[in-house]
Design a protein around this ligand. Structure first.
Ligand code: 26Y
Length: 824
């Protein structure tokens, strides 16, 4: 048996081929003599998964045997993107699989394209969770991700007649070779029912009745780069519980009771597509509690394998909350410690606050979660009871420390309102956590100075900054192999930089060296060709190669100001129309890409998409401007096509109103891939400017203070200062130059004209135009442009998520890497 147990998968070509072909025959049930690219993808993935499972099990065994401290990253979103290439790269077998497949008649690159893009997230927050998983595995941190296995990921975006149309993303339709279903790992989760309490204070009691659904685990292995360590992402799926509605069965209503059981499965059906406007949907609250409840049970079960002393719990378990979405987990842990484990309140509370950390991702008031007390009470009676209790204790403490400060009590209370009472989940999360962090320096400053000011004064040591990062494995090594190769060749150090991005700084020394610059230019051209091909294939649009590729891709939102970009394009178009031949020869040709999804209920954002498409229609069909501008609405922006467009960008736009974008993470990806940023002093742009130098970006716009002052003025004041070029762009739209647009978008523009300009389009427009002109001038000087781009890459090291995770480990989780011995 031992020899069997030691039989890891061979790494030679024959073993790889045998494993793939075996999976074709025995897993897929196909004949090994005839299978398609998709089947080759499936079999290859199963073959890779076999290796990952082995590594996962060994890692887990090892950590268990050492009673290792663990980190748990709880998130309602994991925007993983395709797994095959990333997995092969991380286990250092891409070349071997490529050769093995070539031998049997398949091209690995084509097989990559067969994979669906698992998209269980909205945008930045979900993608950050995925980057963190990659970094935690790479850094040998015993960590797990916990989330929900949605049947439907973020919708697929289609464009019909210029409007966004949402299509369901049933990503599991053809199976998912990366997950391992674990019917043996299942926990009951209760909703509703009644709670009966005994004892004083918070008391203890029994929670009974209601409905019980089961959480079933689905595990996905997360391999680290250049390490044997492989972590686990555990996603929960809901299934009906067993004690379901015996009454109806007994009454002979067999079919009805079966249907009722099915309802349990709806809990994990769909990812909510909102990323900035909170809606009090009961099903969403059920999702949150469902996954938190199962997760806490799973964590406690693992703790109990090796431990009996509850005071060790926070020393051995750190739980990070990815925004407030999983914050109910803290209350759930408290409930279990009190009502199930029967610990005294003080001890239980110490354990909770020693275990949790909370990451905030937004300062927009409309994105903050505030569940109605009534809803919580009926769904989770004990949790509501406990929130009231901890709130009371907390407020008493605040009263003692800040006597007579009634305003503060009102603001920091977990409960808001009188008739329509709501629970402020951010306040719950702050009080239940030992640390609260923002995701970029400016964002954390804003949290301390305004959003959570009153909390900061109560708990000054709780608040800290953890500037976001992105994984250089996916966002450089995988998506831009040409650039990766150039870096490796230049710094003469193999691939060491892939786990130590600061090393890339060395290439700055070559920014003036012709040989290096030529190679860099070639890499960029190759990436642009790939994008050109992708656009031709998916959207049927031909774009020229010798233009500046100007890219704005992110979720569509007023604060991100896609509207300002398209208004600038209109301005630029009108300018060109007024030029003579001579002047036109001086215009830098641009292909403008704007892409992103709008939340289905966000009318204004959807209006922006229509406007962009209408402008594209007009400009792209205007032969008179001879392709000096081409506008492409980049459809269905997602992780897999981000990997194509980011490496191909020359100019990348990060133009949010100062003080609104918590961090941004694609700004980091674009910089690593040699695009120049045009951007405001917002989010992580500020730190990117610090690292690479302001002179290597096109910075513009009001800073946070100027925004505050502008907003404090009257509509009259703002109306009187409306930017003239902006007004001309509005006129062109009203006159119908871009077709008949609906009244909503016109109304929106009218309001800006009337001085209602919350996102400061008029305030920033002049300096935006000026920055765009600077970008043009710089682009005409290709030597300068490339030099700036190279310095950007060289100095982007800070923005590796490895650095971010190291900071979380040192300052919040107090955990050190645990390198597992390599079996080979
Ligand atoms: C409550 C619900 C409506 C909701 C759902 C998703 C609210 C917010 C979100 C997602 C927010 C998000 O993606 N935030 C982004 O997080 C990134 C990672 O920290 C930041 O870089 C980015 O600035 C921020 O907008």
């Amino acid at each position: 048996l031992w020899s069997l147990m030691n039989s890891y998968q061979g790494r030679d070509s024959r073993s790889i081929q045998r494993s793939i072909v075996n999976h074709v025959e025995y897993t897929l049930g196909l004949t090994r003599f005839n299978f398609k690219d998709f089947n080759a993808y499936q079999a290859t993935s199963y073959s890779v998964r076999d290796r990952l499972i082995e590594q996962l099990n060994d890692s887990n065994e090892y950590f268990n045997s050492q009673n290792s401290k663990r980190v748990y990253y709880l998130s309602l979103e994991f925007l993983l993107g395709r797994m095959l290439q990333n997995s092969l790269v991380n286990i250092d077998m891409e070349k071997k699989y490529k050769d093995a497949l070539t031998d049997i008649g398949f091209k690995l690159e084509e097989i990559y394209e067969e994979e669906v893009d698992p998209a269980l997230g909205n945008g930045g927050l979900g993608r950050l969770a995925a980057c963190f998983l990659d970094s935690m595995a790479t850094l040998d941190i015993p960590a797990m991700g916990y989330g929900i296995r949605y049947d439907y990921g973020i919708f697929k975006q289609q464009i019909q007649d210029g409007y966004q149309v949402e299509q369901p993303d049933y990503w599991l339709a053809k199976g998912n070779p990366w997950e391992i279903e674990r019917p043996d790992v299942a926990y009951p989760v209760r909703f509703g029912g009644t709670f009966t309490k005994s004892g004083s204070g918070c008391g203890v009691g029994r929670w009974e009745g209601g409905e019980v659904v089961m959480a079933i685990a689905y595990d996905t292995p997360v391999p680290g780069f250049n390490t044997y360590n492989t972590n686990r992402l555990r996603l929960w799926r809901s299934r009906p519980g067993n004690e379901f509605d015996l009454q109806k069965f007994n009454d002979g209503q067999y079919d009805k009771s079966i249907m009722e059981r099915q309802r349990a499965e709806y809990i994990t059906s769909v990812l909510y597509p909102n990323d900035s406007t909170w809606e009090g949907k009961q099903l969403r609250l059920k999702q949150q509690y469902f996954f938190c409840c199962a997760t806490i049970q799973d964590i406690i079960k693992r703790f109990k394998l090796n431990n009996t002393n509850w005071n060790d719990f926070p020393k051995l378990n750190q739980i990070q909350l990815n925004d407030t979405h999983p914050a109910i987990a803290a209350i759930e842990l408290l409930r279990v410690l009190l009502d199930v484990e029967r610990l005294p309140y003080d001890q239980a509370w110490m354990i909770v606050t020693g275990t949790f950390g909370y990451t905030n991702h937004t300062v927009l008031p409309e994105a903050l979660e505030k569940w109605s007390v009534n809803m919580l009470q009926s769904l989770l009676p004990r949790h509501m009871d406990l929130i009231f209790f901890i709130n009371q204790i907390f407020l008493e403490e605040v009263k003692r420390r800040f006597p007579g400060d009634g305003r503060r009590l009102e603001v920091v209370s977990m409960i808001e309102g009188w008739e329509d009472k709501r629970v402020r989940m951010a306040n719950v999360a702050i009080v239940c956590s030992h640390h609260v962090n923002g995701v970029a320096a400016l964002h954390t400053q804003i949290l301390k100075a305004s959003v959570f000011k009153d909390f900061y004064e109560i708990f000054p040591d709780k608040f800290l900054n953890m500037t976001n990062g992105v994984t250089p494995r996916r966002w450089l090594y995988c998506c831009n192999p040409g650039l990766a190769q150039l870096i490796s060749d230049t710094i003469n150090n193999d691939d060491d930089w892939v786990t130590d991005m600061r090393m890339v700084e060395e290439i700055a020394a070559y920014a003036d060296e012709q040989g290096f610059v030529d190679k860099f230019k070639q890499v960029k051209v190759d990436c642009k060709k790939q994008l050109q091909h992708y656009i031709e294939k998916t959207q049927g649009i031909h774009i020229r190669l010798d233009a500046m590729y100007d890219v704005l891709v992110k979720r569509i939102h007023e604060y991100k100001r896609q509207l300002m970009d398209i208004l600038y394009i209109i301005h630029r178009y009108l300018q060109i129309l007024g030029m003579n031949e001579e002047q036109r020869r001086n215009v830098v040709p641009r292909v403008v890409f704007i892409g992103g999804k709008a939340a289905p209920g966000y009318k204004d954002a959807k209006g922006f998409i229509k406007l962009i498409n209408s402008v594209a229609d007009r400009i792209n069909n205007d032969k008179s401007i001879n392709d000096l501008i081409k506008v492409v609405f980049f459809k269905n922006y997602c992780v897999s096509n981000a990997q194509i467009i980011i490496p191909a960008a020359d100019l990348s736009q990060h133009i949010s109103t100062a003080g609104t974008e918590a961090s941004g993470t694609s700004n980091m990806k674009f910089t690593m891939n040699g695009a120049l940023i045009i951007g405001t002093m917002d989010g992580a742009n500020v730190e990117i400017a610090q690292e690479i130098g302001k002179e290597n970006m096109f910075v513009f716009g009001a800073d946070v203070h100027e925004v505050d002052r502008y907003r404090a003025q009257t509509d009259e004041y703002r109306k009187g200062r409306l930017d003239g070029r902006l007004r001309n762009a509005f006129r062109a739209i009203y006159e119908g130059k871009f077709g008949a647009l609906n009244d909503d978008i016109k109304g929106y523009l009218n309001r800006i004209e009337a001085g209602s300009d919350h996102y400061c389009l008029s305030l920033d427009f002049a300096s935006y135009v000026e920055a765009q002109e600077r970008a043009d001038r710089t682009y005409r000087d290709q030597a300068l442009w490339n030099k700036m781009a190279i310095i950007g890459i060289a100095k982007s090291g800070k923005f590796s998520s490895d650095r971010t995770i190291q900071e979380y480990c040192a300052q919040i989780w107090k955990i050190t890497p645990k390198r597992i011995p390599n079996p080979a």
